[in-house]
Design a binder for this molecule. Sequence first.
Ligand code: ZN
Length: 563
Amino acid sequence: MKLLKRMLILLITITFMMIYCGNHQQADLVLRNGKIATVDEDFSIKEAIAVRGDKIVFVGSDEKISPFIGPDTRVIELNGKLTLPGLIDAHAHIHNLGEKLINLSISDVQSYKEVVDIVSERVKTAKPGEWIIGGRWDQNTWKGKKFPIHDPLSKVSPDNPVFLRRVDGNSAFVNKKALEIAGITRDTPEPFGGAIIRKENGEPTGVLINRAMNLVKKYFPAESEELYRQKVIAALNNCLSVGLTGAHEAGISPREIETYKALIDDDQIHVRVYAMLGEQETPVLEIDDLTGYFRRHRIENYGNHALSVRSIKLFFDGALGSRGAAFFEPYEDDPGNNGLLRITPEYVTKVSKAALEAGMGVNTHCIGIRGNRLCLDAYERAFKENPRKDHRFRIEHAQIVRDEDIAKFASLGVIPAMQPTHCTSDMGFVAERVGKERAKGAYVWRSFLDAGLVIPCGSDFPVESSNPMLGIYAAVTRQDAHGNPPGGWFPQQRMTIEEAIKGFTIWAAYAAFQEDILGSIEKGKLADFTVLDKDILTIDPKEILTTKALYTIVGGKIRYKVK
Ligand SMILES: [Zn+2]
């Protein structure tokens, strides 16, 4: 009798403990029956994930997930679908994407005439004198591939100033009215760090390269806070719909950072933003106490890792498409032109020193060989004075380099942050611009990886599409959407699919000082996932192009679900 009583007590205790533990273990969200690429050290594949709050509490087999499922747990049956760590675009322009989504679009046109027609339509509904701002033209996709001349555009829009960004954002095309407002004539000298493209008689054609755009941009009507917010929200919603849970914003002002904070406080944006402090309003060198300025704007974690600001964005040279990228030797198709530097190497060193003092990284846009090399040298001078092992300094794009420069990247630990779709968009004209020999050093992913470096991957949206599947496809094929060239452009430089996924996850996280909390599916990390409708690890690469996000989950919350 005594024994029976004891056993009964034991049984009650065990039952109570089981219930207690069960409740204790209960997850808010469980994903099971999937193919989960954890992107951990071994790139291991698991079946199920449990999330409590915004963190991962378990990753493992379907068998072991049951104790995490309670009455209040939301369970997603993955049915074998591939789940990746939340994809991160490591170089993007959020506001510009919003602008593209909202403003006049001339991206998919085949000729200058089409541009004129689109603007002409727009003029009909524009208010007198209202600015018509739009973009993203690319003369390389037009017949003749020539830069446009403003006269036909000016004819259809005589009273409305027109400003049309080029696809790379580094140059613009304006009409006569805009030139008049800005006072640009045949007598206007070339601005520092920019160029005014001219007709034979010296009159401006309307194409303004790099800093010459500022001559016009300063007359833009001030953008309202409300419109800015709308653009950011539109862009980040677009990101969620293509499976992005994070984006590295390549340059915003302190004022814009405040807007981001307000949007986070209002729960209006749900993509994690790692922002680089840019030079939109003032060149940073005009600031007296640069270190203090950087310290004031450094943000490690705002709104539970919704926003962080830990680097400064600089622009060193221009773009290849508009022949602004800087080389030691002239352009193959423009003898006498070596490209241009928008700032001096000393400028880069000075900013780098202050950044190192303030615990910030420096991320500099460099495209050409001279841009990349002089930037590395400028970084090196700052590192010598203030050695910091974990500096995470980056070069954005790192498009064309030489072997000796790759070695320099590696010895300094400078991260090449690259955009695979730039390679496949540019491959048709790279050799034309720089010749066959230099083209071998273009988008050399394999060489960088072999040198022991990681490559955070991005899209530079809206220069390219925000869809990371296009980037992953470009990284593994080096082919355009039609499979050209057969075998891929310099195919020895391709990434493996695992590397491409790392580029959009753990390497992107590393480049933002966030590899401890993001970038892989591991216990303790933030619960950011992208569920895809196809298994990009095994399908024919061609199929990656049409792969879509089924779920985009950020911090354990479903922020996008395919309809
Ligand atoms: Zn960019």
